[in-house]
Design a protein around this ligand. Structure first.
Ligand code: 5AD
Ligand code: SF4
Length: 451
């Protein structure tokens, strides 16, 4: 009998327990699943109970200052766990690791391991180094790493919908944004590995995948562009829904809209971050489009898919924002009638173009007041959009049991709105046709249509 050399190799993990805490965006959630895959392969055992952990990794976000402040707070709490288990190793991974580097190992809350978004394959070695009394630090960014062949260990287990990272990094350099510095330059993942991952999810009962990247419209691998990739994934099965995020307005092409419109399992939902409604502000933000261009793209979306939901990101109080520019953001919101928006107060980030060259000169109380106006308007728009859906029919994909009542299920429409309805004989993962009978500001209520 042949010996399997691999099984004789001493594994770094040796049954030690790994806990990972994740902050920030969906990309980070996906990265955590890759990290767990890499560590399991080295003999670590994943636990979802922090008290049991021998190694704690914190996957961090740097997008706004308050995200980082939360993590500093969390680091000071780690002392408690260390006191209980002196052999415990604590690591910071992700964007904040990239931004602050060696500084994170210093001081009384200093950690043992620091790994940037492109050095996760090196984590077992970094843990080994930390375990033998040193500090494990690797924050090298790569122009090639996509973790293409690593099968993520799915941690958020609804078993129905999953995220697939199709690219990493960002080349857009919006003047306020730290992402190009923390996640490095843009690179696309081999489409064959993406399709294989989606197919394997489908075969394991998943019914929805969301293709993720900072700017999915600039996906490009050999001859394959984003519309081709969408088609390849959507052709796996008509029963597999396909979503994607995020689109940059400057790159969303008619070819993509045409492809979406031709395939009913590509969901009718586009996240199209506007950031601001004023052309002068968009120029300061280095967004590379005007208000008119943006509205032209919205019009194109509506032309190809009249029932497509459009959602957005907005920033209040960026450098030099005048009252008039703010008003233009509000008017853009009304003109588009967003279904949903993520809304933020501008937070200056070290190292960005804005921090180096543009003053953070909108007083905090003005930022707060403008953000409040944006939020109130969006609440109205979301409610109006929900009310328009009452009486309409939708096919929903069931994701789980309603939190309020266990004789009800919830699922999502193609437009990504949540609908709650009576369970009947249905199960998670089923497609059900419902008619919307009512709504709250956040949820649609529906009843099954029997035919
Ligand atoms: N301050 C506030 N919001 C920001 N975003 C990115 N950088 C900043 C910043 N410095 C927002 C943008 C982006 C979303 C992911 O976060 O709206 O689309
Ligand atoms: Fe940041 Fe702009 Fe890249 Fe989005 S597109 S990650 S906002 S630099």
């Amino acid at each position: 009998m042949e010996l399997n050399i691999n099984s004789l190799r001493p594994l770094t993990g040796d049954g030690r327990r790994l806990f990972v805490e994740t902050y920030g965006c969906q990309m980070n959630a996906g990265d955590t699943e890759i990290v767990v895959a890499i560590m399991q392969n080295e003999g670590f055992v994943y636990t979802d109970r922090i008290e049991e952990a021998d190694v704690i990794l914190i996957n961090t976000c740097s997008i706004r200052d308050n995200a980082e402040q939360r993590i500093w707070g969390r680091l000071s709490e780690m002392r408690r766990y260390r006191r209980r288990k002196p052999s415990l190793l604590v690591g910071i991974i992700g964007c904040m690791a990239e931004r602050l580097k060696e500084r994170l190992v210093e001081g009384e809350n200093g950690v043992d391991i620091v790994a940037g978004p492109d050095s996760y394959r090196d984590l077992p070695r970094l843990v080994r180094e930390a375990g033998s009394g040193g500090k494990g630090v690797n924050v090298l960014l790569s122009s090639e790493e996509t973790y293409a062949e690593i099968a993520p260990v799915r941690l958020d287990k609804n078993g129905v919908s999953a995220f697939i990272a199709i690219m990493r990094g960002c080349n857009n350099y919006c003047s306020y944004c730290v992402v190009p510095y923390t996640r490095g330059i843009e690179r696309s993942r081999d489409p064959q590995t993406i399709v294989a991952e989606a197919r394997s999810l489908f075969e394991n009962g998943y019914r929805e995948v969301t293709l993720l990247g900072q700017n999915v419209n600039s996906y490009s691998f050999g001859e394959v562009g984003f519309p081709d990739l969408i088609r390849m994934v959507a052709e796996i099965s008509p029963l597999l829904r396909v979503r994607f995020a995020t689109s940059h307005p400057k790159d969303i092409s008619d070819r993509l809209l045409e492809t979406m419109a031709s395939m009913s399992n590509v969901c009718r939902a586009i996240h199209l971050p506007a950031q601001s409604g004023a052309t002068s502000m968009l120029a300061r933000m280095n967004r590379k489009y005007t208000r008119e261009w943006y509205l032209g793209r919205v019009e194109a979306i509506r032309r190809y898919m009249p029932d497509c939901a459009i959602t957005t990101d907005l920033i209040a109080g960026f450098s030099g924002e005048t009252e008039e520019e703010h008003e233009q953001t509000l008017s853009l919101m009304r003109e588009v009638g967003y279904e949903f928006a993520y809304m933020f107060k501008y937070s200056e980030r070290p190292g960005t173009f804005a921090q180096r060259h543009l003053p953070d000169d909108v007083p905090d109380e003005v930022k707060t007041a403008r953000l409040q106006q944006i939020i109130e308007l969006q609440n109205e728009l979301s409610e109006q959009s929900n009310r328009r859906d009452v009486g309409r029919e939708f096919e929903i994909l069931v994701e789980g049991v309603s939190k309020r009542r266990d004789d009800q299920l919830f699922g999502r429409t193609s437009q990504n709105k949540v609908v709650v309805f009576d369970r009947g004989t249905h199960r998670v993962g089923d497609y059900v046709r419902v008619r919307v009978t009512g709504c709250t500001s956040a949820t649609l209520l529906g009843e099954e249509i029997f035919q």
